[in-house]
Unconditional design. Sequence first.
Length: 478
Amino acid sequence: MNDLNFLSAEEMAAQIRARTVSPVELVDAHLGRIAELNCGRESKLNAFVHVDVDAARAQAKIAEATVGSGTRAGSFGPLHGVPISVKSSVDVTGWPCECGSRLRKGYVPQQDATLVARLRAAGAILLGNTNVPEFLMAYETDNALYGRTNSPWDGERTPGGSSGGEAAAIAAGCSAGGVGSDGGGSIRVPAHFSGICGLKPTPGRVPSTGHYPASAGPFAQLGVAGPMARTVADLARFFSVMAGHDIGDPASAPVPLRVWSDAEVLKLRVAYFEDDGATPVTAEIAAAVRVAAEALRAQGFQVEAWRPQNLERVWSLWWNLFGRAVQTAFAATVEGREVELSPMYRAWRLRVGREPALDGREWLNTLLGRDALREKLLREMETFPILICPACAVPAFRHGEREWMVQGRKVEYLKAMSYSQWFNLLGNPAAVVPVGRSAEGLPVGVQIVGRPWEDEAVLAVAAKIEAATGGFRTPPIA
């Protein structure tokens, strides 16, 4: 491991501009770390499914030559020479984009996703893409093509899913940051489990064009692509590069980036809740929420304990779309090839299959109900523009676990993740920042939720929490 591996993306970019470190050095350090931790299914981490060594080194040499040519530093892109990774559900020209499934084995896109093209244009160097559960349908990263990804905090535990390979790679110093996606917590839960930062943007802020499965139709407000990194400042930098209107995303809108002053941020009233009253959370997770709330209060924010209403109804409508409707959407792809599915995805299909497919009336009532609940929450958020709450009921779990005893009550797998799932249905931007530790020394993240299109305010508040609580810590993986 090289000290370069754990610089922030901002520090890397600044040192490249100052010529105190070269893009070639950075890329070599990251490729070395990947080789050390990601050599096949039996590796310590197994976060990457594809590493483009030759292209990364070639890009690094070009980036280094640009720096050495006397070009003004101000003309470099904001990520010039910074090595990043991409979730393997996002199109990168010439790389396999199999979404963890034998049913997509060998699929290689011929065009970059819009956000990938923007990252390249900003000077980022793409190292490779990262592991996911099959079709992204799990909070544990494992599949029949590439095997299981392990947590850099404990190899017997998962880094989460579906952006679990991405979270593990970033936390372990294999990548400075990169791209995840989130339809039910798939950025935020891995960030919480792995001790990094992640942002689920407002639908349409970062284009999902080039993502599989497509965020379209009834799913356009549900699934989004967004940045993952070790610091909130890096999230903001990646977000500023990735965001912007794109006609390929049906939720996209021409919303300009906004800089919130400290004075404006401090005017945002904050509400917090430790649990939803139905699904208990571990004591350390509740404590982390309180710590985050008190950190903001100490900095001059007005902070109150308050919990939104109708959260159980929000969850049931999310499940109608993410569970029952997605099952229908995948039916034609899977039919006749069930034997090729991974055990974890088969288990997911069995879980969803206990309920009938949505009929037309339920579809209509789900979409109408979503909009009514969204309006109700947004009216409440006129009083509290920022909400602080858990991202998940438990810290990183052991591979294969699907229920836990929390405060003397059984917590089931899907309901443990409900703390993130609500905000996919409702379309809020939400970030996770590491705040505490569990009794086993595992990271505990806290979720910061804002109003649609106020992603930058969410990041500004997350940065305040990070500054007061310490943020990212290096995991123990050797």
